[in-house]
Design a protein around this ligand. Sequence first.
Ligand SMILES: [Zn+2]
Length: 137
Amino acid sequence: MKVAVVSAAALPSTTQRARHARERRRADPDFAQRQRTAVQRYYRARRLKVFDLLGGRRCVRCGCTVVRLLEVNHKNGGGTREIQALGGGEWIRAILNGKRGTSDLEVVCKVCNVVHYVERRFPELKDQFTVVWRGAR
Ligand SMILES: [Zn+2]
């Protein structure tokens, strides 16, 4: 078997590859669209992996299963601060590679996440809201 040996010096550098990709995107709109689609697919798959890691693609409070409505909730608050400090990509990477624990995280729908926020912000309103998920139509 013949093996091609390529020295590291012969490989394009990261910046050369980035420049090449930028030029190709400019010259070929189909390539640009394919690349956008691939990136979207990658991020959607990562998001689903996080939900699966946290117990499933379902709101732990109301049972909603509409994936586009699901979010990761910080049970003790502080989610926005943490994600802004780390950057969303790093935060998700830390969850997926086990560097960040998940005991303070849960999957909730946007509606339940708002209720959670309101109850933390206005403790006198705790248990005053009930979210009812009636299922997908
Ligand atoms: Zn919910």
